[in-house]
Design a protein around this ligand. Structure first.
Ligand SMILES: *[C@@H]1O[C@H](CO)[C@@H](O)[C@H](O)[C@H]1NC(C)=O
Ligand SMILES: *[C@@H]1O[C@H](CO)[C@@H](O)[C@H](O)[C@H]1NC(C)=O
Length: 395
């Protein structure tokens, strides 16, 4: 039996036997956006490494958090889709606040959960009432990319352009419910966290879908992605979005899947993959910087996940990690061969690991990334400023 077939059979098994989920949004209190200063809901931090940044008393007014992206920030969208990319059963979520799977591709929290902004429901997991969206909505979908067909071999997913459309729909519903002026104020004060693009490499370019490698050099391909990103950011700007965080792509050349696939000898990262990602990040940073200066009143920051992740990898001992190559959950060399699909495949303690599964970092890594996005706690990874400074300077 081929590997692919094996994975497919496993995955189908999961889809059809998945347990009933506790809908995420029932866990968190609703807060009205009309109070001038909302104390963000902060469940106790599960990680000792990260100090949740929002305990600072001076958090500027942010009524809501909107998230667009892929599995790096999916909080349950894919639970409602027919896809192999799902995280709706244990061991996913085992170290989350509720110790239950939610659809997050992590043992615990994803980066947006550490920002001290509201915990928000996934777009497809909302109750459907307008009140449900006043604290924000998460549209992110695992497997999705900037290119419409990226990730199609996994099944259904919501591509970036579609997520932007879904937000426009949310915005229209808000206008109908609370009026244009209030809705616009709500949106323009909210934070938009955008983390997408890596699947355009994992599931499209590197797999040479549609002969793309013959038609596009890596450099031309990243230009294509950046042009599309630029277009979508402008669409968001046109519906009054002002405060945006654009996340760069992570060093997937160091992820267990590629270590396994490229037969890394001693866990060295796959340079061929990482150099494509670095080029792409370079172009995206330039694109965001340019857009930031073109659009009046826009505050867009670009956060270089690659740089921050490599800092963690290099200084892993200082951060308290002792396992830098092997995923906590998976099968095969580096635990990178098969995806994480059962609790038996997982290590007992993920806290020393950088990688949770084939592609996704652990909760502990996400906490550090979030701290860096928020206030450059360990590394200055956001340009031109970190999120905290951006919020203080944009009104
Ligand atoms: C990409 O796929 C096409 C066929 O679809 C093939 O001709 C080409 O050699 C492949 N390119 C690389 C670099 O593998
Ligand atoms: C990492 O540390 C844990 C706990 O101290 C230990 O059980 C584990 O064997 C260590 N792993 C490695 C790869 O050194």
């Amino acid at each position: 039996m081929s590997i692919k077939l094996l994975v497919l059979v496993f995955s189908l098994l999961i889809i059809f036997t998945r347990p009933k989920l506790i809908a995420d949004h029932h866990l968190y209190p609703r807060i009205s956006p009309f109070y001038p200063s909302i104390p963000p809901f902060l469940p106790p931090s599960p990680s000792l490494r990260a100090q949740s940044p929002a305990v600072k008393p001076s958090l500027p007014f942010v009524p809501a958090l909107f998230v667009l992206g892929d599995s790096s920030v999916d909080c349950g969208t894919n639970n409602f889709l027919g896809t192999l990319a799902r995280a709706d059963r244990l061991p996913y979520g085992r170290d989350f606040d509720t110790h239950q799977p939610t659809g997050r591709f992590c043992n615990g929290r994803i980066p947006v959960d550490f920002l001290g902004l509201p915990f928000v429901p996934s777009y497809l997991g909302q109750t459907g009432t307008v009140e449900d969206m006043f604290q924000g909505v998460n549209y992110a979908s695992a497997g999705a990319g900037i290119i419409l067909s990226s990730g199609s071999e996994l099944g259904q997913r919501v591509s970036f352009a579609m997520q932007v459309e879904q937000f426009v729909d949310t915005f229209q519903q808000m206008i109908l419910s609370i009026g244009e002026r209030v809705a616009e104020r709500l949106v323009s004060n909210s934070v938009f966290y955008i983390s997408i693009g890596v699947n355009d490499y994992i599931h499209f370019y590197i797999r040479n879908i549609s002969n793309v490698q013959n038609l596009y050099t890596p450099w031309n391909f990243n230009q294509f992605l950046a042009t599309n990103m630029r277009q979508e950011l402008k669409t968001l700007y046109n519906v009054k979005v002002r405060r945006m965080v654009v996340m760069g792509l992570p060093p997937i050349g160091c992820a267990p899947y590629y270590l396994w696939k490229y037969r890394s000898q001693n866990g060295e990262c796959v340079e061929e993959v990482n150099s494509m990602i670095m080029e792409s990040n370079f172009v995206m940073r330039y694109t965001v910087d340019k857009l930031n200066r073109e659009l009046p009143g826009a505050s867009i920051i670009y956060c270089d996940v690659f740089q921050s992740a490599m800092d963690i990898l290099r200084n892993h001992q200082l951060y308290g990690f002792n396992e830098t190559t092997d995923a906590c959950c998976g099968l095969g060399r580096y635990k990178g061969w098969l995806p994480c699909i059962s609790p038996e495949m997982a290590c007992s303690d993920a806290s020393g690991h950088l990688w949770w599964d084939q592609f996704h970092p652990t909760d502990a890594v996400n906490a550090i990334l979030a701290d860096n996005v928020w206030n450059s706690r360990h590394v200055d990874m956001c340009f031109p400023t970190n999120l905290e400074t951006m919020l203080h300077h944009s009104t």
